[in-house]
Each structure stands twice: as structure tokens, then as C-alpha cells.
Design a protein around this ligand. Structure first.
Ligand SMILES: Nc1ncnc2c1ncn2[C@@H]1O[C@H](COP(=O)(O)OP(=O)(O)O)[C@@H](O)[C@H]1O
Ligand SMILES: [Mg+2]
Length: 352
């Protein structure tokens, strides 16, 4: 199929185009792809795809999946490590095509501007920090009068002759305590971070055990772990809190019936905030519940945003703060039947 096609037209495109055969050997690449990847067609034609760029296991999985499932895949914000060093930032689409009984993977890559992406993420982070500051101030202002109300209720209680009336003061005291705890959480008051080496699987397994206690028989929990992920230097309790907050939301969204998956992976060359990290650990929490309504998706990490009548809207906001405290970030993609939260934490790089 390859010969005879007017491939020269593809050389006019700005989009990088690479064609791979079933064994992921390079069949063709256009001029834009040569430029983007910094390789020449002469060097790489007939070679395995690993000759195009430094190996990225995740991307190779996507290529294989596209061919096996005969289904197109879109991957946004990819960082491709180039053979000659350096990194290309791209959005990529992999489309399986068939010709004369043979399958090929057609790969398109559009360069995205790193500066633009970083600016976007920084904007989100500073917006987030501003939100936190406003809420922190508000929470602080509310705590003092609450203390007064609680104290007054206690004094009142002592004056009552009739003990039955205590029921009412107990409601006041109980509710002010609940609000105080909530405000403390809003202000981000918690124990200070304690860093120690730990495996991401220690975190996911602890959360799994915690969920097993309160979840219903209709929820099935599965795991898909990459055992080769290096240890993190992190606060184990905080990461458990993060994964638990995210996983509890998933369980709640599935309303008693569905599948929850904990998946762990390594991600290479990730930009978090304005930092490029060579290696990050990713914990994904995947559920097949109804998904997050599209008009809520941009807001779920903001405090007090909730879709549940009994919700506080603090779970994800706290989780995001804790992960930011580790130099990481939580990302989310959601559609009906598939919601994926990715908790990304950079792996400290030791001396090489
Ligand atoms: N896996 C999920 N599936 C569907 N909706 C979700 C999921 N995770 C979070 N959400 C939505 O995001 C909202 C915010 O979550 P969160 O910050 O934990 O607050 P809360 O759980 O108190 O509502 C939830 O109320 C829910 O509407
Ligand atoms: Mg929650």
C-alpha cells in the first residue's frame, strides 16, 4: 500500500505524521515529523518505533491498544523525549488504518507550546491559591463568633433547672463543633507534613482496606499496579487522605453498584507547576459511574463545590492542596461510564 500513494502531499503538512506497521516498525514519516523529532527518514525507516524517540512505555501501550482494539486514541499534553536530548510537547492522535489486510497505526502529532501550557497551569494554580486565601480569611472570621456561641450555650446549660432543655444546648454545641472542624479544614489546618520514603502501593492498599470496611457488596475494587515504580518521598497519611477523598467520591457517585480501579503508572517528563520532572508516579482512581456533569468539571477542585445534597465540597479541594504540597497535581477526565482521577506526584531524583 505504501508505494504509489501521493505521500509528497503529506510533506506539505504542518502536522507531523508517522505511519507504523503492526510490529510498530516505522513505515513512513513526513517532513514535519522529521523536524519535530529531529531524526531523518533515512535513519529510521524500517526501524522500531523506539528509534524515533526515547522509549515511553505509556505511549507504546497506546499504539498497541490502537492496533489491537482498532480504535483511535487521543493523547493530550504528551512530553516526548527526543533521541538527541530535549523534549517535544505534543497532542497526539493515533488512528488505526487497514490496507490490503494489514493494519497500520497512523500517528499525528501537533506541537503544543510549552510556555502556553505552563502559563495555563500556573494561572490555575494562582487562582487556586487566591481562593484558598479568601476562604482562609473568611473561615478565620467565622471561628471567633462560633467560639462565643458555644461558650454561651455552655453557660446557659448550667442555668437550666430542667435537664430536658439540655437537648437544645447540646444541639447548639454539637453543631458549632461541627462547623469549627469544617472551618479548620477549610483553613487547611492539619498536622505538618512528615516526609519519608514510601511506595505508592502502600497508599493504595491502605485506602483499599479502608474502603472495604464501609463499601457495599455491589462495588468491585480492582487493581492494576506497576511494581517497578520507585519509592516516593512523601507524607503517607496525607497521600492516604488524598486517595481516600477521591475514591470515596467515586464510590458515592456509583451509588452502590459499579467498578473501582486503582491503577499505578510511571510518567516521564511531566511539567507540574513550572517544573519539569523527569519522573513522576501516577495513581489513577477510575470508576464506571455516571461521571461528573460537564458544567461542573472545571470547578470540582474549588472549595465548597459539591454535587451532593449532603456534600461539603471540601474533599477534592483538600486533596488538591495536599498534593500541591508534594509538588504534584491531581488531574481529572470524566465522561459517563468512565471517570479517571490521576494523582501525580514527582519522584525525587537521586544522584545518577
Ligand atoms: N468520581 C466521580 N464521579 C462523579 N462525580 C464526582 C466524582 N468525584 C467527584 N465528583 C463530583 O465532585 C463533587 C465535589 O467533590 P468533593 O470536593 O469531594 O466534595 P463532596 O464529596 O463533599 O461533594 C462531588 O460532589 C461530585 O459531584
Ligand atoms: Mg467528597
Amino acid at each position: 500500500m505504501v508505494a504509489g500513494y501521493p505521500f509528497f502531499l503529506l510533506d506539505e503538512l504542518q502536522t507531523a505524521v508517522v505511519l507504523l506497521d503492526e510490529t510498530l516498525g516505522v513505515v513512513y514519516l513526513n517532513v514535519a515529523a522529521e523536524t519535530l523529532l529531529g531524526v531523518s527518514a533515512r535513519q529510521v525507516l524500517g526501524q522500531p518505533v523506539a528509534e524515533l524517540a526515547a522509549e515511553d512505555v505509556r505511549y507504546i501501550d497506546i499504539l498497541r491498544a490502537a492496533l489491537e482494539n482498532f480504535q483511535p486514541y487521543v493523547q493530550h499534553d504528551m512530553d516526548i523525549r527526543l533521541k538527541h536530548g530535549g523534549t517535544a510537547f505534543v497532542d497526539s492522535i493515533v488512528t488505526p488504518v487497514e490496507a490490503d489486510g494489514t493494519s497500520y497505526a497512523l500517528v499525528e502529532m501537533v506541537s503544543t507550546h510549552r510556555a502556553q501550557r505552563i502559563a495555563m497551569k500556573q494561572h490555575l494554580m494562582s487562582q487556586y491559591a487566591a481562593n484558598q486565601a479568601i476562604l482562609g480569611g473568611l473561615a478565620h472570621e467565622l471561628k471567633n463568633p462560633l467560639g462565643g456561641i458555644r461558650g454561651a450555650a455552655q453557660l446557659l446549660e448550667r442555668e437550666f433547672e430542667n435537664p430536658e432543655l439540655q437537648e437544645y444546648t447540646q444541639v447548639i454545641i454539637g453543631e458549632t463543633d461541627r462547623l469549627t472542624t469544617l472551618l479548620d479544614r477549610m483553613m487547611g489546618h492539619g498536622p505538618a507534613q512528615v516526609l519519608a520514603p514510601l511506595s505508592v502501593h502502600e497508599v493504595t492498599e491502605r485506602v483499599r482496606a479502608l474502603l472495604a470496611v464501609d463499601s457495599t457488596p455491589g462495588i468491585h475494587i480492582a487493581t492494576d499496579y506497576d511494581p517497578s515504580i520507585p519509592d516516593l518521598v512523601a507524607d503517607v497519611d496525607q497521600l492516604i487522605q488524598v486517595v481516600l477523598n477521591v475514591a470515596r467520591n467515586a464510590v458515592q457517585a456509583m451509588a452502590g453498584k459499579g467498578n473501582l480501579l486503582f491503577r499505578t503508572r510511571i510518567r516521564r517528563n511531566v511539567t507540574l507547576g513550572d517544573q519539569l520532572h523527569r519522573l513522576a508516579a501516577v495513581i489513577q482512581i477510575v470508576d464506571d459511574g455516571p461521571g461528573i456533569p460537564p458544567n461542573m468539571q472545571n470547578q470540582i477542585f474549588s472549595p465548597l463545590v459539591t454535587g451532593r445534597p449532603e456534600g461539603t465540597g471540601l474533599g477534592l479541594s483538600i486533596a488538591q492542596s495536599l498534593v500541591h504540597g508534594h509538588g504534584g497535581s491531581i488531574e481529572c477526565s470524566s465522561q459517563a461510564g468512565k471517570t479517571v482521577f490521576s494523582v501525580i506526584v514527582p519522584v525525587q531524583e537521586g544522584p545518577e
